[in-house]
Structures are given as structure tokens and as C-alpha cells.
Design a protein around this ligand. Sequence first.
Ligand SMILES: *Cc1c(COP(=O)(O)O)cnc(C)c1O
Length: 366
Amino acid sequence: MIKFLDLERVTAAHGAEINEAVSRVVNSGWYLQGEENRRFERNFADFIGVSHAVGCANGLDALILTFRALIESGRLSPGDEVIVPANTYIASILGITENGLTPVLVEPDPVTLQLDPARAAEAVTPRTRAMLLVHLYGRCAFSDEIGKICRDNDFLLIEDNAQAHGCMFGDRRTGSLGIAGCHSFYPGKNLGALGDGGAVTTGDAELAETIRTLANYGSSKKYVFEYCGRNSRLDEIQAAVLDVKLKYLDEDNDKRRAIASIFLDEIENPAVTIPPTPDMSANVFHLFPILCDRRDELQKYLADHGVQTLIHYPIPPHKQNCYKEWAHLHLPITEDIHRRELSLPISPVMTQEEAREVVRLINAWK
Ligand SMILES: *Cc1c(COP(=O)(O)O)cnc(C)c1O
């Protein structure tokens, strides 16, 4: 069987070093907010190309803490509008609504599946103050047009980089392009922990400090509380594991690209559409989405032939019960993507033989 993602193999690929890192922390007697966090935060900030990284408990917290810190520092106010792609994972939108900010759902470009700059420009109102750009599927959603919209409107640009660790825009990493980059280290992400984890990257020292304080009960000095904060920490074991895996991230992303190249070059079935990838460095292939009108049939056929696939995502945010107030919205491009999207297996440990088997099955499908 070809698994969607074989995490056992992903961990085993760097198993000796990961085990060594875990034992080091176990034996150190120090499990939170220590040397491992400091080292990983330093190395991750360098990797992304910014001066600060702040570890936290997960990707959703990275988003919630970032928007909260922007409110606490007076750069955003509750009720302000934040442009966000309509076709994203729910966490992107929760990060906005949890802070009393108003998401403005903008339809993606139907070819790239990323936020459409022209539609984003049309959605701007006098209350719009920020844009949450999601590098969905590991593809760079930033462009000169997006940069221009942010500059022209004086927007704060926040990046949801949960799916795009290592992705480039020119010679810069995603996660370094705006005021803050929000990262998840959920085990299945390109840089995944052995449990939950997250981080915010920023070049703004004050923002980094506010996020660190908010994540520590609102305290920067022991038993003194400036904000009603939360407890959101990256633990030392996860930081140590992430620091090992970070060293191999570019290499692992290249292995994903090698699998993706096989799919891009060899899948030839007129019933299947593959989003084009003009610049391979602008895609770290967290997922490999294809579009197909008979998506559910194709998924069942692949499952019957031993290939696991997933749908990202079956129901768009505006059709979820948690956001009933948007049930009336009609977002045809987003709805169409959710109806036709299928994610093929892809990972740094998938073999070329496995990729060719997936290609063979798809090309034989009628
Ligand atoms: C995974 C993910 C998140 C949330 O990360 P968690 O660590 O699971 O909280 C946020 N945004 C996107 C786009 C994601 O894929």
C-alpha cells in the first residue's frame, strides 16, 4: 500500500539523531523554556531570514498570538478587516475571529489556487488593515501584485506559513515577507515535530517580545503580568527534534520536488488538471493537489488499488457550522476547488517507484 504520508519512515530517516536529541533532553532534567528552545529559535530565525523566532504550542496559537500582539500594540483594533483566502484551512480564519477581527474572504485564482490579487484589491474597504496570506499546499502565494496592494493600502502582511517551510519568493523565504510569519510544526508539515509545535518569525523586535510575553501568561518578569495572556510553549523535546530536522529541511524539500517532478512530467489523463508550477523553488510541495470533476470516483479507484489520498479540504470555511453567518455567501471558485481537489501522496520518503505506480494508475483511469 502507498500511504498518504508514512510518518514512521519520515522519522526513521533521521532516527539516530532524533533519538539522541530526545535522550539529551530527557536526561537534562530541563523540559520547558531552556537551551533547546533558544537554539532552535535562533536557527529557525536564521533559516527563515529574520531576526526573531518565538516558539509556541501550535500553528493556531502562532496565528492567534500574532493578531493579539498587533492589537495590544495598537496596530490593529477589534473590528478591523483582514483579507484572507476563502479556500484555506480553518485555523487561518480562527486566528482572525478569535481576536474580534473581521475576516474578508477572498476567492483564489482558479489556476494557482492561491489568493487572487485582483480580487483582493477589489475587496478593500476603509476598515481593511491587514492581509493574512496563506501559502497553501506549499506554494508561494506572494507576488509583486500582492506586495503592491499591501504597500498601497498600508496593510500589515501576516503570512500563514504552516504548509510552506522552506518555500522561496525570489531569494527570500516565505515567512519573512511581511510583519510576521506563523508556522505550525504539526507532525505532517514539512518541518514536523513529534507532537504539536508552532512559531512566529518576525523582524520586529517589539512584536517578538509582545508575542513572547502573551505566550507566557502575559508576563515578561516572573509573577508580574502585563496582559491577560495564555500559556503556549514549545517544549524542549520538540525544539530539540525540530532543530535536528531543520538541518535536513532543504534536502527533504528537494526530495519532495523530485517526486513532484515525476507527477508533473508523467501524469497524462485529460480528466485530471494539475496546477502549473513555473518556478520549482516557489513550491515545497507540502501537498500535491490535482483537480478532477469525478474526484470521489478517482479517490475510490486509487484506494481500491492501494493508494491513499486526502481532500484538502472537503468543506470550505464559509460552509462550516462554526461560521453560520457566512452560510449565505456564494464563492463559486472556492466551492469548485473543494468539490474537485484531491491530494496525491507526497513526502521526502516516498520512492520514485511509488510515484510511478501512482502515475500509472492515474493514466490508466477512464
Ligand atoms: C496546519 C495548519 C495550521 C494550524 O497548525 P496547528 O499546528 O495544527 O495548529 C494553520 N494554517 C494552515 C494553513 C495549516 O495547514
